[in-house]
Design a protein around this ligand. Structure first.
Ligand SMILES: Nc1ccn([C@@H]2O[C@H](COP(=O)(O)OP(=O)(O)OC[C@H](O)CO)[C@@H](O)[C@H]2O)c(=O)n1
Length: 382
């Protein structure tokens, strides 16, 4: 291991692990916060900006209890955790520029209880005190509760936060953001960074509102789920990205390649089989990865859906971070993060069940394919 990487490992070993309780912000000198994780390391370079990340709040007014997967879901805590996350983001000296809310903001139970709209209003009302905008991603529970048409007209559609130049960019690529039948957009909070919100339920068997081509492709994929070896993830609670969206993604990534931008993608479903522990994987993850791999600009993909969380750095140096779900975070814990975007990498500062990670951009062999975590564990492509 190169000397710089070895010393970085040592400096990180003193940090807390994912099993530690949430760090009290008051214990940390605010402006110095990120340095705590990078003591002795001068490789992170300039800090450009920060952003928040959170997944699977899954609010419902129902008692805590076991899910169908025999995992405990703390409905009584989900809004309290979300409120606490907003409070902590607001209190930061370096205010996150925005938050990525990775989907499943309310639980499917609301539909059965006839409370979808009021619960969505309830949970979104918490964001009114937030000092930063939220970019909302759509998950399976959005589609259990609402139609796509409803979602497109709802506060969960944050396309209005898209890059102002998106239309020009898409026109030059042969499409516009107005005629999409999927929910995806991009924005550019810094000259060298672009974020892309993708719709991993563009293909699905939950909503039923889609073109006949997409519907048939969805049904065909589900039919091939009989193949137990390759079809383990072809389940009704997953979905995929259609050809049109993949072509759009390809165009945006080409633009970012040309402009020397680094790209961070946010979607509900993980797209790498090694970044999840259950069957939570996009149906056509291989097609999505192929599209991403034909470009150099993508540095990280953030997902939710798998409440136990996951992480993998793939053979192309892309970090796949699956955020632990708020809904499965017991009282006294939480599950959210703040990402410090540095010149040399992303520092994920986890709270509660989310562990701290430094995610270096692809630097050739300098840091190998390791991701450095605060427990000193490295995760490598198998
Ligand atoms: N053993 C099970 C449990 C549930 N299902 C069905 O799957 C659908 C979605 O379940 P749900 O737990 O609501 O989905 P989440 O998105 O909250 O969680 C996904 C991850 O597993 C969390 O780690 C629903 O229709 C259930 O009936 C099932 O088929 N088998």
């Amino acid at each position: 291991m190169p000397i710089a990487a070895a010393s970085l490992f040592r400096s990180l070993e003193s940090c807390h692990t994912d099993s530690s309780p949430a760090t009290n912000d008051a214990e940390v000198p605010r402006m110095e916060e990120p340095k705590k994780y990078l003591r002795g390391c001068s490789r992170h370079g300039q800090l450009y900006f920060t952003f928040g990340v959170i997944a699977d709040i899954q609010y419902a007014n129902k008692p805590d209890g076991l899910s169908g997967w025999k995992t405990m879901r703390y409905y009584s805590q989900s809004c309290l955790h979300f409120q606490d996350a907003i409070k902590q983001w607001n209190a930061k000296d370096i205010k996150p520029k925005f938050v990525l809310q990775l989907g499943d903001i309310i639980d499917s139970y609301n539909k059965r209880a006839g409370r979808s709209e009021e619960s969505l209003e309830m949970v979104l009302s918490m964001t009114k005190v937030a000092l930063m905008p939220f970019h909302h991603v759509w998950g399976n529970h959005e589609f259990y509760n609402f139609t796509r048409e409803y979602l497109m007209d709802s506060k969960l559609n944050t396309t209005w936060l898209q890059d102002k130049q998106q239309k020009e960019l898409e026109q030059s690529c042969g499409g516009t953001s107005d005629n999409k039948d999927y929910y995806a957009y991009h924005f550019c909070p810094h000259t060298k960074f672009r974020f892309i919100v993708v719709d991993t339920y563009d293909l699905n068997v939950i909503s039923g509102e889609m073109s006949i081509e997409k519907h048939l492709k969805s049904l065909n994929l589900m039919e091939s789920s009989q193949d137990k070896l390759n079809g383990f993830h072809l389940r009704e609670f997953n979905g995929g990205m259609g050809q049109e969206q993949l072509a759009w993604l390809n165009d945006v990534l080409s633009y970012s390649d040309q402009n020397g931008e680094k790209v961070i993608i946010a979607g509900h479903i993980p797209i790498h089989p090694k970044a999840m522990r259950s069957a939570c994987l996009a149906w056509n993850y291989d097609e999505i990865l192929r599209t991403i791999y034909s470009h150099q600009c993508v540095v990280c993909y953030f997902a939710g859906h798998d409440h136990s969380g996951g992480y993998h750095r793939d053979s192309h140096g892309i970090h796949h971070v699956t955020m632990e779900g708020v809904i499965e975070s017991p009282p006294g814990t939480n599950a959210f993060g703040t990402v410090f975007v540095y010149e040399d990498g992303l520092l994920l500062e986890g709270r509660g069940r989310v562990r701290d990670r430094f995610l270096p951009y692809d630097m050739g062999d300098t840091l190998g394919t390791s991701c450095l975590t605060c427990s000193g564990v490295s995760s490598k492509e198998g």
